[in-house]
Design a protein around this ligand. Structure first.
Ligand code: PEP
Ligand code: MG
Length: 851
């Protein structure tokens, strides 16, 4: 028997565990002890001991005392979800600390606004070793007052030092055709992070931390492999049950191709890389067809410059701070990028950058960087080393798919390094008609390529399943991957033909070959030009129905082009652009100036529909912190954010009302679900109009929640017009996240369920004589256009480049035929069936996707 005195690690009021608003603590599932409501911000060691675990999120730590007691300290409730934000651990696993030593510093103001509660639990995780407790109450001072004193029994000889139970699953056969690549690994890692237990995946005698995407990937778990989930800790059984079930179901991947790819693209899912194709013809280089299409142009060799880093650091604490700041900034960039891609209805690309955000937060990566910084290296040096070590490990794997993810890791690595060193990664400027040849391009490089100048690209690394290939396909950019290394020797300026369908690069192409390809390209170019030439003609169907074709714009620079491209105005101004990438919300004056400039740049009689700020969910804003939510898409999003922060919404409404003096301005509220929300927002608008002494303006709603579509007739009494946001309406109707790595390809607005809601919305609007537009991505999908017309939609709001082609298509349609088509679409069983109803794409003009 011995006595252990534990000093309070924080100053503050003592609470019994039973009152902690978290059942795992309140029901003492983690252990027994007390909770402290802190008033200071450094967690101290309550007794001597060794750090046996430090959660990667930095919010929880366990000390083992010399007598074998495990003291777990957990700062805040649900703070694991903050993923380390606001926490600055001062120790690492394995450190031996004395009582009073600082363990974790935290940003108390940040936690106060971002965590469910600041209550900090101090529990003995092996309470069976304790025979008597003496607990403090009232207020305690950190490092001075005793929190509790316990009488400890001797450890039984041979007993485990840990009270943790270890649970293992049966072997699960991996169903994923591509094994556990980055997306399923990211799904598993994020699930495992939700448990307190340590969770591992085991294959044979090898194990990996299930919270680490790269560690999972490094196990090279292929299709059909047998994997066990092994967990130890308070919630081990739940962790094993959950992860094993998810693994068995494909970890969110179900063995499908990882992202939408054209039906013509063959994707090799072989575990080993296919032997590189080599050609006997010196003027023909062979590669893998990564993105279809033909390109003619001149070679530009692209070489990536290394970012040089200083090895010596300015002390571990300072370097840790710098790394944490750089990682947070990189996460911010990725979140903004993801939000922009969502706004452009490009879930495939958004999912890639979501996976990058997981890669940056990888605990193994951070552990390597941490150990280098602890040895006095600079953050940049430590980070570069961690990324290189991991990327090389991945690149050396036999599984082609996993090896390709090394490139994603290098990409995110470079993003953080560029922030750390202040060395900007500027996309190079290419001449028009450039065909790039590189060892590899990163997904970020590829996403930034100027499609009007770059005709295609070839990389010696990568394959058809790489993220670079997915991005190339979404940009419609012909590309080859895994091309023969001889491609790197082709002199710049050589005339080449890249065939993204066959996977070939022809050097010194013959004039005849170039001419044939150019003829094909010219044909489609001519069609585009014809559409453009007739862009100003109204979009009137063959039987005389006029459809307004307006633009979705996301910035001031787009406004002058609208009329040139034949747009009838702006159907959706996504005002988020004014609020993004800044540290505080724009002022009324600043917003007014931009709205006024847009109205003035447009034709006088053209309408401008300004959608109020639509953030939250997938579109975060640092200075409008929305508490982390379990279901952000079902939480504070769209109009709810504005109603909750009336000062932000009122400022924007005043700016819009003032701009209305200069043209035909309307306001539109996003994500409206109830009549109450609309009425509250309208009341604010009326109050602001009255205080400014200006006349009211038309008020529309985005119909993007099924409730709004179902209640359209009721909404039509209060709203002057409807605009159907099919991107969101589809995700909420199908209950499938539009950016979900596996589900996104199924989030098809041509689903009969969505079409029925559109039909119902039109019917409801008609009851009050209201107009209905569609501003989601399907508005520019040539298969959707006739169906939407047939359903009675009055307006299509589409991306700028799509306007001429959409108008040309409308001019070729008959409304009565569209109505019959719409009837058949409504009666169809699936989106696939609906798509088969519309005539063959080759006979139709091709429209650019996404809006
Ligand atoms: C939509 O949801 O269809 C829409 C147009 O809004 P956003 O894509 O900006 O969410
Ligand atoms: Mg939307």
């Amino acid at each position: 028997m011995s006595e252990l005195k534990v000093l309070s690690p924080l100053s503050g009021q003592v609470w019994p565990l039973e009152r902690v608003p978290d059942p795992v603590f309140a029901q003492k599932m983690v252990g027994d002890g007390l909770s402290v409501d802190p008033t200071d911000a450094v967690l101290l060691a309550g007794c001597d001991g060794e750090v046996i675990s430090l959660h990667s999120a930095g919010h929880a730590l366990t000390l083992r005392t010399p007598s074998g007691i495990e003291l777990l300290m957990h700062v805040g409730i649900d703070t694991v979800t903050l993923k380390g934000e606001g926490f600055h651990p001062r120790v690492k696993k394995g450190d031996k600390v004395r009582v009073g030593a600082p363990l974790i510093a935290f940003d108390i103001d940040f936690l106060a606004t971002h965590a469910r509660s600041l209550l900090t639990q101090v529990v003995i995780a092996n309470p069976e070793r304790v025979t008597a407790w003496q607990r403090a109450s009232g207020w305690v001072a950190a490092g001075k007052d005793t929190l509790f004193t316990v009488v400890v029994t001797e450890e039984e000889a041979g007993a485990s030092a840990s009270s943790e139970t270890t649970v293992a699953s049966e072997a699960v056969t991996i169903p994923n055709a591509s094994g556990l690549h980055v997306r399923p690994a990211a799904v598993l890692a994020s699930l495992a992070k939700g448990f307190q237990s340590t969770v591992k995946l085991q294959i044979g005698d090898r194990q990996a931390n299930a919270r680490s995407v790269t560690a999972i990937m490094a196990l090279e778990i292929g299709h059909g492999a047998k994997v066990r989930v092994v967990a130890s800790g308070p919630d081990a059984a739940a962790a094993v049950a959950k992860l094993a079930a998810v693994l068995a179901q494909g970890s969110g991947d179900a063995g499908c191709a990882p992202a939408p790819a054209p039906a013509t693209t063959t994707i090799s899912l072989a575990a080993a890389p296919p032997p590189r194709r080599r050609s006997d013809d010196p003027n023909l280089l062979l590669g893998v067809a990564a993105s279809p299409g033909l390109a003619v142009g001149e070679v530009v060799q692209v070489r990536r410059a290394e970012i040089a880093v200083r090895e010596a650091g300015a002390g571990p604490d300072e370097e840790r701070r710098q790394l944490a700041r750089a990682i947070a900034a990189a996460q911010g960039q990725l979140a903004a990028l993801r939000a922009q891609l969502h706004a452009k209805a490009d879930p495939a690309r958004a999912a890639i950058f979501a996976a990058h955000a997981e890669l940056i937060a990888d605990p193994d990566l951070l552990e390597i960087a941490e150990s280098a910084m602890a040895k006095g290296k600079s953050a940049a040096f430590a980070w570069k080393k961690a990324v290189t070590t991991h990327a090389d490990r991945l690149a050396g794997l036999r599984n082609q798919l996993l090896a390709q993810r090394a490139n994603d890791l290098r990409d995110v690595g470079l993003r953080v390094l560029s922030i750390l060193t202040g060395e900007e990664i500027r996309p190079p400027e290419y001449e028009s008609g450039s065909i790039l040849i590189a060892e590899d391009l990163t997904p970020s490089d590829t996403a930034a390529l100027d499609r009007s100048r770059v005709a295609g690209f070839c990389t010696t690394r990568g394959g058809a399943t790489s993220h670079v290939a997915i991005i190339a396909r979404s940009l419609g950019l012909p590309a080859l991957a895994g091309i023969e290394p001889a491609a790197l020797e082709v002199p710049g300026g050589t005339a080449v033909v890249l065939d993204g369908n066959k996977g070939t690069l022809r050097l010194h192409a013959t004039a005849e070959e170039v001419a044939r390809i150019r003829r094909a390209q010219e044909r489609s170019q001519r069609r585009r030009q014809e559409d453009l030439a007739h862009a100003l003609a109204p979009a009137v169907t063959l039987d005389g129905k006029r459809i307004e074709v307006v633009a979705n714009i996301g910035g001031q620079k787009d406004a002058p082009q609208i009329a040139q491209l034949g747009g009838d105005g702006v159907g959706l101004l996504r005002s988020e652009f004014l609020f993004m990438e800044r540290s505080e919300a724009p002022s009324e004056e600043e917003q007014f100036e931009v709205y006024e400039a847009i109205v003035r740049a447009m034709e006088r009689d053209h309408p401008l529909v300004i959608r109020t700020l639509d953030v939250g969910g997938d579109k975060p804003l640092a200075y409008l912190p929305i508490p982390r939510e379990d279901n952000p898409f079902l939480g504070e999003r769209g109009l709810r954010v504005g109603l909750d922060r009336p000062e932000v919404l009122r400022t924007q409404l005043r700016a819009i009302l003032r701009a209305a003096a200069f043209g035909k301005v309307s306001v539109m509220f996003p994500m409206v679900a109830t009549l109450g929300e609309l009425r509250d927002a309208k009341a604010m608008l009326a109050e602001e109009a009255a205080s400014l002494g200006v006349p009211p303006i038309p008020v529309g709603i985005m119909v993007e929640v099924p409730a709004a579509a179902i209640m359209a007739a009721q909404f039509a009494r209060d709203a002057d017009f409807f605009s159907i946001g099919t991107n969101d309406l589809t995700q909420y109707t199908l209950a499938m996240d539009r950016g979900h790595p596996r589900l996104a390809p199924q989030v098809d607005g041509l689903s009969p369920a969505v079409l029925r809601l559109i039909a119902h919305t039109v019917e409801g609007a008609r009851s009050q004589g209201r107009r209905v537009g569609v501003c989601g991505g399907i508005g520019s999908d040539w298969r959707a256009v006739p169906i939407l017309l047939g359903l009675g939609v009055d307006e299509l709001s589409v991306s700028l480049p799509s306007i001429p082609a959409v108008k040309a298509q409308i001019r070729s349609l008959r409304l009565d035929a569209c109505r019959q088509l719409a009837e058949r679409a409504l009666a169809a069983e699936s989106a696939e069936e609906v798509r088969t109803l519309v005539p063959d794409p080759d006979e139709e003009p091709t429209l650019s996707q996404g809006s």
